[in-house]
Design a protein. Sequence first.
Length: 349
Amino acid sequence: MIRRATVTLALALATTAVALLAAPDGAAFADPAGPTDYESEIVGLDPEVATIDVEIVGGDSFVLLDVRPGVEVTVLGYRGEPYLLFDTDGDVWENRRSPATYENTERYGVGSLPPEADHTAEPEWRRVGSGGSWAWHDHRAHRMDPFPPVNAERGDQVLDAVVPLVVDGVEVDVRVASTWMPAPSRWPGVGGAAAGVLVLALLRRRLALALAVVSGAAFGVGVVQFGSLPSATKPLWLWWVAPAIAFAAALAAVAADTRRRAVDASGGPAPLPLWAHGATLIAAAQLLVWGVERRDGLVRAVLPTDLPFWIDRAVSAAALSAGALGAAIVLTEIVRTWVRPPAPVRSRS
């Protein structure tokens, strides 16, 4: 029994450690949209054209351009060179010689450019999309400083810039403005953290079931967020995969606990299988990873999701508190089993 407990504990701890180490930074996945304190918007086109639609998605993270069939649009880079080409068939092409191709991979740009980046060179086009729609980081559509503006207050406009296009041979300026948004309320996060603890307290004898409830809510929030952004923005799979793993692991442990209780009712106390403890720990660890990855959303004004922001914040905080508390509880149970294995089940004569 001690050997089985040791193996279970080792595997569960290894899975937890790997999951925590795998939690990405915001820049690890080509800078997907993340929480921000700024909201950018398109304030006009000069001249107005009816063949394109432009908007900002992810708060201030990406410019999304939709082009009507039969229309050709070129997006100019920071040095006036062709950067993106939307052809008349709806295919989207990226110029591999444009410095913007490399500068736009990260929100705040890159330190140095590769040798092939040359704005004076003939364009070298690579197809990146279709359907006449594409989204990209554009440093003209957001502040290029990670620190708050000095001589401004929340609610002030902090950016007024232009993204230049050529639409069927006509130069069009897309005017963008960005606002430093008011700080969000902390109450959704506080309430969510309390709710996570409360769920575990109400279901204290059914820890796996409590984690399944929280991870189910987290999965729903992650799916909505993943679907809120165009695929070109590279939304993170972690947004829904981590809570999905947590939910599956918790359900497996719930099933084991249900079987144990059935035996308990018919023939005396039965211990919970050690693998079920490991599954419960995995569920708690995945919730914790998911909550840690989303921690900035608790204090940033704008979140990259179609959900009301308070719901996103509350569920993220609930995952953090439930994951941390759940991991502590199940680790205690595993160690207790390791040190003092339960007495064997006695059959009734």
